[in-house]
Design a protein around this ligand. Sequence first.
Ligand code: GLU
Length: 481
Amino acid sequence: MTTPVRTRFAPSPTGFLHVGNIRTGLFAWLVAQHSGGTFILRLEDTDKKREVEGSIAHLKECLEILGIDYAEGLDVGGPYGPYKQSDRLEIYRTWAQKLIENGRAYADPYAPEQIQEFRDLARVEKRAFLYRNHRPENPPAWDGTMPLRFKSDPKAYSWHDEVMGDLSTGPEVIDDIILIKSDGYPTYNFAHIVDDAEMHITHILRGQEFISSQPNYFNLYEAFGLTPPIFATMPHILAESGTKKLGKRDGAKDVLDYIREGILPEALTNFIASLGWNDGTEQEIFSREELIAKFTLDRVQRSGARFDKQRLLWMNGQWIRRLNIDELYDRTINFWPVSAAKATEAYKKQLLALVQDRLKTLADLKTLTSYFFEEPTPNWQMARENKQLSKLSSEETRSLLQHAIASLSDSDFTPEALQEALNQLLITTGQKPGILFSLIRLSVSWSPFSPALNDTLAVIGKEATLKRLNRAIETMNVTIS
Ligand code: GLU
């Protein structure tokens, strides 16, 4: 029988989760889901100086929004808790004690200044600094006030990383790492090994910043007689340019910011899953169920994954189109223009049906619909900047608008009757749709986009349409500054 898969997401509460962190969490979750295993949330809060208030609540909100659920871990408990490292200090001490007893850990007697001198000397002599070269001969008994160090056993390692492939290092990278700091908290290096062992983690997914420490972790696994789990190192996420790591300025922002900007959680999940993973086909849109069914670590690429904002917007548009109007309406509550406050649900749903295909984010609703709720202010500058409309003289513009008023006054305002009237108007004026329809569209909406013209006019209604067309004529020669 094979061991059941157990993966974990082990964030530190040191700030807000950005796409890189959450991708590691998502992939670990997918590995567990794919094989019917268990996904665990563990909080790595041993670096008290770096802790940022509010991070835990934020972390949980992100996971919830993206549907990354966990049946074991922080706050929900489970057989190997507690799942918050600061509640596990006794456990680390017990494990440290085992190493002390086996002569594999010792108290570090040096003051930080002394260690700095060792470092400086190594730099002057142009050799890498290794603490083990200064290992004290008769260290004092460890009383908890000094750092506790690992007595390493330098050797070469070769191993397989599920993503990065076969790797190897020499003994020169092995050193006497700190296990427990002088403040009594364990280091990440030590605590995660204890926790992963106690929690029976089978696969460790993490960022590239940990790969250089991996040989030291092997050394520690050996000292405990543990079989290491499977490792998968995530590729970098690169900025749009593809040449450097994604930083704050390039969109490495808080995951919740994307949701606030009108990205659907399912689109964000789909997008994050695609950062460094594909299923080997051209398929780009994956539901959560499809991701679970198809996700495997052997399809995670080694090279950096480019963060393409346009692709995220495209995916979001695709996901918006997949929702039915009632579902879409439920997602839009926070995204309507202020002027929509008094409108009925039925009216808003009618608008959603019109603009659904044009929404890239839910936040686009404001510009795409505000003129359905209130009379827009004419802005003839928009006509002057329009390639087609700028060709018309004032006389031609006025005459076209007058014709439009005359013909629409006689029309019923159903989409079909309006289409009929607009087609007729093309014939009587001899204009191209690109000009005539753009002019009418602009004069009733003063917005760069609108849905199909007949549908737009039908929703705006006869009275308001005619009023806006008249207002357009009145304001033609008025310069609005
Ligand atoms: N606490 C580490 C981090 O937030 C977790 C690394 C790991 O998954 O082992 O980066």
